[in-house]
Write a protein that binds this ligand. Structure first.
Ligand code: FAD
Length: 290
């Protein structure tokens, strides 16, 4: 099923993001966690591509499995960093031949330690270039990335939203945000996007902080600001992992409830392939907001 068709039936969607497990042990762990998450009957699931060193084969295999064997509405992430036109066309056709109708199309980042971006084929400078090509192959439901605190390379939020408009006009059907902890930033971003003429759904991407190590990692990876009150609470409990887990969880629950109450069109959970925190958040959300 296309995610855009879901939108005609559901005011809000609740989706889970996974990455392909790296080895056999992680695959077993993944199976257990996904089994638990499936009980929540997600609107759709998505599988990352290439992020953190995962391979294309594993992404395609997992997407195929979730879509064709488990029967979930599945979205394949796909990036064009360093890709050639022929490779992109072949890959997207392969996904389509496996029945995939939903793509999260991204530029991607160069491998760690490399500053050379698009050195094989200059056709793909930005996600918008990839989206235009994908839409000529099949009328996929296309998701793209949004950054409520701006993409790290953009000089300002305004410039980033101007670029987002290009991506939207290229054929983006909905946007999923990078993780963030400040709801005001999200609603400000949605207002700016609407003013720029971007009318599609902008689904907030949420991650609970479940350990003190994660704070620095998330900030470095995404540029997301962690509110001082949350950071202070976590620092004050640095040696109490259970307490930190609960603090992160409580914050995420409150964040999701406020987002939904203020009109967000659902939540995209970055599950990190773990079920516990996502289940606890999801099951705490008031049914009237689901
Ligand atoms: P773009 O939309 O191309 O934007 C990148 C930068 O270029 C921005 O600063 C933007 O303002 C600017 N820009 C865009 N278009 C133009 C234009 N036409 N002219 C001038 N400037 C322009 N990475 C992975 O490797 N695998 C994944 O599976 C993955 N999944 C993700 C899922 C989500 C929801 C998010 C938010 C991110 C994900 N990423 C993933 C990370 C993403 O690849 C990086 O953040 C990357 O740096 C940017 O990708 P993008 O698609 O947003 O790029």
């Amino acid at each position: 099923m296309k995610i855009t068709d879901l939108f005609t039936r559901k005011k809000r969607t609740f989706s889970f993001e996974f990455f392909p497990p790296r080895d056999e042990i992680s695959a077993v762990d993944f199976g257990i966690n996904v089994g638990q998450l499936m009980k929540l009957d997600p609107s759709f699931v998505s599988v990352t591509y290439g992020a953190g060193g995962s391979t294309q084969e594993r992404t395609f295999a997992l997407v195929n499995y979730l879509h064709n064997k488990i029967g979930l509405t599945t979205m394949a992430h796909y990036t064009c960093v360093n890709a050639t036109h022929d490779k992109v066309t072949a890959d997207i056709n392969q996904l389509r031949n496996n029945g995939i109708e939903n793509l999260m199309l991204l530029r991607g980042d160069p491998p760690v330690g490399s500053n050379v971006f698009f050195n094989r084929d200059t056709s793909f400078q930005h996600a918008s270039d990839l989206i235009s090509v994908a839409k000529t192959i099949y009328p996929f439901s296309v998701g793209a990335a949004a950054y409520v605190e701006k993409h790290p390379e953009a000089s300002s939020l305004k410039e980033d939203i101007q670029n987002l408009y290009i991506k939207y006009k290229a054929g983006t059907d909905f946007l999923v945000t990078q993780l963030f902890f400040n709801n005001e930033a999200y609603f400000n971003y949605v207002t700016m996007a609407r003013e720029a003429g971007i009318t599609c759904r902008i689904i907030p991407g949420i991650i609970p902080i479940t350990s003190s190590k994660q704070i620095q990692k998330f900030m470095e990876m995404t540029g997301a600001q962690v509110p001082e009150t949350l950071a202070d609470k976590i620092k004050a409990n640095a040696n109490k992992p259970d307490k930190i887990y609960q603090i992160g969880l409580d914050f995420a629950i409150e964040q999701c409830i406020q987002l939904l109450e203020w009109g967000a069109p659902g939540i995209h959970f970055y599950t990190l392939n773990k079920s516990r925190a996502t289940i606890e958040i999801y099951e705490t959300l008031p049914k009237r907001l689901m």
